[in-house]
Ligand binder design. Structure first.
Ligand code: APR
Length: 236
């Protein structure tokens, strides 16, 4: 069944960007073992200390800018093109806020947790491209208010593009999770949706995730090796 897949749903997490030098969250030495997410990644934290939160995301944006896509990002971009050539589709849903999928050539990337390279104005709601630091005094390019924040989803906020994601899940004939611990919902629940529809599921991860038992198949190892190898199994 996996080999015949035509509408593949790919969910990626921090593990796909690990070999590009961007830290994961829950591995040993991960971001949340060094920083308190409740002080840096919630709307309350931003209200309490905007400079601290802006500085945290400024550093993550600089790191993401300096990082390069790896073989896993590139394999997914190539795989999507090969699948489209066969009349199929690869829906790329990422929990990551870096732009490595785009820089590897993926044309359509659904960032359910938002994007570091976008700023959102808390006064007018507009979203603009932003590849440089955001400072509290910076003016919104649309309304001029000094009210910019990173356009990322914080704990307690609604993930983005949920309708598009659910629609793609309902059409998929193969579900693959890459480099995610399965610790954060709704993303961690998507494999359950896929199983309920009876489609094959596969996890490509460094080691078994929190919801490893929910997957029919798994390939454990570095994403830069397992992702190209898995797509080669699909002749993509
Ligand atoms: N190759 C493949 N998998 C890897 C690699 C690698 N080189 N390095 C780490 N991993 C795996 C880890 O084993 C782990 O299961 O990637 C996973 C990373 O898990 P998390 O750090 O929890 O990251 P993620 O699942 O993306 O977190 C989800 O939590 O804090 C929020 O918004 C944040 O989007 C993030 C969400």
């Amino acid at each position: 069944m996996i080999g015949q897949a035509r509408r593949i749903f790919i969910l990626t997490g921090a593990g796909i960007s690990a070999e590009s030098g961007l830290g994961t969250f829950r591995d040993r030495g991960g971001l949340w073992s060094r920083f308190d997410p409740m002080r840096l990644a919630t709307p309350e934290a931003f209200a309490a200390d905007p400079d601290l939160v802006l500085d945290f995301y400024n550093h993550r944006r600089r790191d993401a800018r300096a990082a390069e896509p790896n073989a896993a990002h590139r394999a997914l971009a190539r795989g999507a093109q090969a699948l489209a050539a066969r009349g199929g589709s690869l829906f790329l849903c990422t929990q990551n806020v870096d732009d490595l999928h785009e820089r590897a050539g993926s044309a359509e990337v659904v960032h359910m947790h938002g994007e570091l390279m976008k700023a959102r104005c808390t006064a007018c709601g507009s979203v603009s491209e932003r590849r440089t630091d955001i400072l509290r005094a910076d003016a919104c390019p649309h309304c001029g208010a000094a009210a910019l924040r990173p356009d990322v989803v914080w704990f307690g906020e609604m993930p983005k593009h949920l309708d598009r994601i659910e629609a793609a899940l309902a059409r998929a004939d193969l579900f693959v999770a890459v480099g995610t611990s399965g610790a954060v919902y709704p993303a961690a629940g998507y494999v359950g949706h896929a199983r309920a529809r009876g489609i094959p599921t596969c996890e490509l991860n460094l080691d078994p995730s929190d919801n490893a038992d929910a997957f029919d198949a798994a390939r454990y190892g570095l994403a830069s090796e397992t992702v190209p190898a898995f797509l080669a199994e699909l002749e993509l």
